[in-house]
Design a protein. Structure first.
Length: 221
């Protein structure tokens, strides 16, 4: 009569393989964030495999190309932004939730710098449901803030998107010399979002300039 080891039956071979594959994938993604953060988007995948403690064969089984690896990072990053934005929408007061979400985005980008520009460009935007969901949540936050009177009535989602886009560029340009510069920049930007007596003198940027494939400007105007 055979007995199971302490803690229950031993995992079957297929379950153990699936668990190992998931662990290898997670190690590779963590190493990729680290390597790209230090060396930029041109860093080689060999260094990523080395830091993850796996062979090149394992890396290529999980991610056949470097673009496939960056796409996986894109998915992971957007999932994190969506989760944190959902939490803000559910928990923060309506008048403060938009600012809280933008601070979360800034912190997330600062913590995952190195290939942010490629993350924004990898997936075809029109087919990227994660990105669509993220900006639908941001639009809900903007409408809440406008109803609460804490941001300008003429502020558009395009304005919010371009704030995030420019913050991303600032983080990439200054992370090695002034890693907290984005915080002052966002504070200045948020001050401009708040209500004022004078209307903004220029029209919002056209959606084709933003090139996200998401209808950023709402029908409020």
């Amino acid at each position: 009569m055979t007995t199971s080891p302490p803690g229950g039956p031993a995992p079957t071979g297929s379950k153990a393989l699936r668990r190992d594959a998931a662990q290898n994938r997670e190690r590779l993604l963590r190493a990729a964030w680290e390597v790209f953060g230090e060396l930029g988007p041109d860093a080689g995948v060999e260094e990523i495999a080395r830091r993850a403690g796996v062979g090149m064969g394992t890396l290529y089984r999980r991610f056949p190309t470097k673009d496939a690896l960056i796409t996986a990072l894109n998915d992971e990053f957007l999932d994190h932004l969506i989760d944190s934005t959902r939490q803000v929408l559910a928990e923060e007061p309506p008048g403060q939730a938009l600012e809280a979400a933008l601070w979360n985005m800034g912190r997330a980008m600062a913590a995952h710098c190195g290939c942010l520009s490629r993350l924004w460009q990898m997936a075809p935007p029109a087919a990227d449901t994660r990105r669509t969901e993220l900006w639908a949540l941001a639009d809900a936050l903007l409408k809440q803030a406008q109803q609460a009177g804490t941001v300008r009535a003429d502020l558009t989602l395009t304005d919010v998107y371009l704030c995030v886009l420019s913050m991303r560029g600032l983080i990439e340009d200054t992370v090695g010399r002034a890693p907290d510069a984005w915080r002052r920049y966002l504070s200045v930007h948020l001050a401009g979002f708040r209500p004022a007596d004078q209307p903004l003198p220029y029209r919002p940027a056209d959606d084709s300039l933003v090139a996200t494939g998401v209808p950023l400007r709402s029908a409020r105007r």
